[in-house]
Design a protein around this ligand. Structure first.
Ligand code: MSP
Length: 518
């Protein structure tokens, strides 16, 4: 096993059912986790639920339930949905898990003992939706732009983490590690937040129990609980056995967080400062994505425009939905969601292109080669061109995935499908089989071997993106267990491992064309 990969989704607030936004981050991490596993790296994928804080206490009060009961119900909804959708996470962490509580208290005590915490009175404006204080410059028309609700004026005594002491170090770190936060625009945004005139001060890390009891108690003052973001960020350490679990050091050294742009500040400022205060290296990389909008507004529970991933799965198949999410959003920028765009994409790329290549190749293998992978003749220039295109695609998909350019990786895969489709058109094996001119069988055998082998490569390349589809194609190619021993990108870049004589099968269309009622 070479290399390691530790990837996290944000942990989800337990006040809403999973929607397209939560699903997108999780699809991204799932795709990467699957790729890195296939690349033979020690991989850990963490997701979970963020259960403390005022937001949840508020919902519980409205519902007349305990916060624990609300948290149990929604956390269960997330973990069940994530299982139903087939996400390959290694742990679903809850911030109410006993090991997490212990790690949070241990870290609070460590920072307190290091003299990094003091007690002060503070007055400011708070957004319960974001669970954070606002500076004047964050507000739009006196409101939180994300939650469209008035901010609450707060004046109380609290414990503060002396975060500003770490700003100089953090600015240097960001400047000397160009890949620390990506894409670049977010790195620049963070450097802006850290400028002296930005108004970002020390971090209030407690809430008095007199106002909020739902949280982890401070180990050095039992009248207070821990601020929800301070507690939540630490899940990334608990999840892999901080401080002395057997895999902790390896995984932490390979850690990548994936988040939406609305939670940039806690991840890019609070979190590295907290890690620095406890003497840990920062995470390796922060990857920031944009928002899915519907009618130009962010999808959210409060706006009532959420897209349910289970409904999408039932209607279109989850692989197709995953494909759309990864293909139609350039990681880092916003995208608009519509079912029309989804259907257009599925029909064009999956039904007409990839699905069609699978069915025409296997149909012809059945009709002209007795259903077995044929023995090819000497490859000519046309065959060599397909083999070269496959090797190039394998390298490009690897590079694009490692730099979070999912849409580009999928463009490369579609490009390879196009190449093979064009190759088939040029070789026209159906014409030769019909005319039965001298040497037709050898020509057809070489052509269909090339096409079957290209399908093998394509299955390996799509496996991280479409985990249900790849095994189906491999099964039809007669190599159902191929993924168990696959090493990417090498096994996709190496041409010719499909053995002649392997029995193939046709199967039903992988992506039936979706007819739209007009
Ligand atoms: N609990 C915090 C995260 C704590 S991590 C230590 C939180 N939870 S959340 O449930 O509100 O959001 C989780 C993720 O979903 C965030 O990354 C957020 O950006 C993402 N999305 C929520 N709506 C979204 C869209 N409409 N589009 C894309 N992602 C968005 O924040």
């Amino acid at each position: 096993m070479t290399g390691a990969f530790y990837a996290t989704t944000p942990i989800f607030y337990v006040n809403a059912e999973p929607h397209i936004g939560h699903t997108y981050t999780t699809v991204v991490v799932d795709t990467l986790a699957r790729y890195h596993r296939l690349a033979g790296e020690k991989t850990f994928f963490l997701t979970g639920s963020d259960e403390h804080g005022e937001k949840i206490a508020e919902v519980a009060l409205e519902l007349g339930e305990t916060p624990q009961a609300v948290a149990d119900r929604y956390s269960e909804a997330f973990s069940r949905t994530w299982q139903t959708l087939g996400f390959s996470f290694d742990r679903f962490i809850r911030t109410t898990d006993p090991d997490h509580k212990q790690v949070v208290q241990n870290i609070l005590q460590k920072i307190y003992d290091a003299g990094e915490i003091d007690f002060r009175e503070y007055e400011g404006l708070y957004c319960i939706g974001c669970e954070r204080f606002f500076t004047e410059r964050d507000m739009v028309g006196g409101k939180c732009p994300d939650h469209d609700r008035p901010l609450e004026s707060r004046k109380e005594s609290n414990y503060f983490f002396k975060m500003t002491h770490h700003f100089e170090w953090l600015i240097d770190y960001i400047n000397s590690h160009p890949d620390f936060i990506r894409p670049d625009r977010y790195r620049n945004e963070v450097l802006g937040m850290l400028r002296e005139d930005s108004g970002l001060g020390d971090l209030s890390i407690s809430r008095p129990k007199s106002r909020l009891e739902w949280g982890i108690e401070l180990p050095f003052d039992t009248d207070y609980i821990c601020y929800v973001w301070f507690d939540a960020l630490i899940n990334y350490l608990t999840g892999i056995g901080y401080p002395d679990g057997p895999d902790f050091a390896t995984l932490w050294g390979a850690s990548q967080h994936f988040i939406g742009k609305d939670i940039l500040k806690p991840h890019a400022v609070f979190w590295p400062c907290m890690l620095h205060a406890i003497g840990l290296e920062p995470y390796q990389r922060l990857n920031v994505h944009g928002f899915w909008n519907v009618d130009d507004r962010k999808v959210s529970k409060s706006l009532g425009n959420k897209i349910d991933p289970l409904v999408m799965r039932d209607k279109y198949g989850f692989d197709s939905f995953r494909y759309f999410l990864l293909r139609d959003m350039a990681f880092g920028t916003d995208s608009d969601f519509s079912e029309e765009a989804l259907v257009t994409r599925i029909n064009a790329d999956l039904a007409n292109n990839l699905g069609n290549l699978v069915s025409r190749t296997l149909n012809m293998t059945g009709r002209f080669c007795g259903g077995n992978v044929p023995e090819p003749g000497q490859p000519g220039a046309q065959e060599q061109a397909v083999a070269d295109a496959a090797a190039t695609a394998a390298g490009q998909v690897d590079a694009h995935l490692r730099s979070c350019e999912f849409h580009r990786a999928l463009e490369v895969i579609q490009g390879l499908v196009d190449t093979v489709n064009r190759y088939l058109e040029a070789r026209a094996p159906w014409k030769l089989a019909k005319q039965k001119a001298a040497g037709w069988q050898a020509h057809v055998n070489t052509t269909l071997y090339t096409s079957c082998e290209a399908l093998r490569v394509l299955s390996l390349l799509v496996a991280p993106f479409m985990p249900e589809t790849a095994p189906k194609i491999l099964e039809r190619l007669g190599i159902p267990d191929a993924l168990a021993t696959t090493r990417l990108p090498d096994d996709a870049a190496t041409w010719g491992s499909l053995a002649p004589g392997t029995p193939t099968s046709k199967g039903a269309p992988l992506f039936p064309r979706i007819e739209v009622e007009s």
